[in-house]
Design a protein around this ligand. Sequence first.
Ligand code: ECH
Length: 320
Amino acid sequence: MTYTIDSAQAIFPGTRVADAVPNTTDKFNQLSVDDQLAFLWDAYTELGRSITPAAPGVANLQLMEGLLNQIKQMSPEEQMQVMRDLANRADTPISRSYGAFGVNAKLGFWYQLGEWMKQGLVTPMPAGYQMSSDVKAVLEAVQKLDGGQQITVLRNTVVDMGFEPLTSSQDEKVVNFTFQRPEPTSTAKLTIEGVTEPTVLHYIQAMNVDDIEAAVALFAEKGALQPPFQKPLIGREAIAAYLRDEGQGLNMKPKQGVSETVEDGYTQHKVTGTVETPWFGGNVGMNIAWRFLLDPQGKIFFVAIDLLASPKELLNLTRG
Ligand code: ECH
């Protein structure tokens, strides 16, 4: 049997992912636009207390300075309208500019608005807004999630905002939003209990120094990478564009894993551990599994990155 991207997705089927994340995101999407903004304000300021975002100085905000200053100078009513347009994905000039931002630029944009809201320079809420019971229900659902799942819900909402013409593609994204790694990455040799496969180790090492090219070179020509809750991205070019946008500044801490030879010289490897985003640094460790399928040449034919249902899942290394 030869593998296809479809059949590869089924490796290590016993892996339990955090379904609560898409479920909560669905609940959020059903809220009215003012309720959505109120939810985000509450969730973000609440999370900010327990899981502090890392210093914003590391992020390059110049890119959207023009747009941000334009919003800062508006009246409170106009500011609210811009935010509603973004949440509604309305076709406006600001909403289009935002739609062309890469993921970290989108997060940086809201991060700055959030700071200005705390300083009273931008309005957080429409005058006279009263929180509905629907918002309270979604807030309670979010409070039950672990930190990694909470920030994933937040991130999804921000990524989905703004207007993107149907023809836009990853290549046109405003991506040059970089993070400076706080400390030089340790040169200590990476070890993963139970996995010695060089391709897997090299992948993690390359990602941990933001060497996207080296990571992508480990993939087969038609290899695929499947991010959490998404469809696989197929081919080196698509993977490279994605990793340049979303894969920089991450701190991957794989702990344990299992390796098996499967059919026709293919091997499969499941690795679990934690991943930190530069936004929250060591304050949030996301519980992650990597499910790799390597071809007989040792190239990555497929890798899925899963956000796990619970920390218990870190120890689930069975094949079934
Ligand atoms: C305010 C009110 C008005 C509306 C809004 C507001 C602001 C909200 C703000 C929210 C900020 C949220 C942030 C969230 C960051 C989340 C980051 C996450 C990262 C996950 C990354 C993972 C990576 C995994 C990968 C691995 C690989 O091997 C390959 C690549 C890849 C309050 C103003 C909106 C400011 C900052 C969840 C899991 C391991 C797949 C990338």
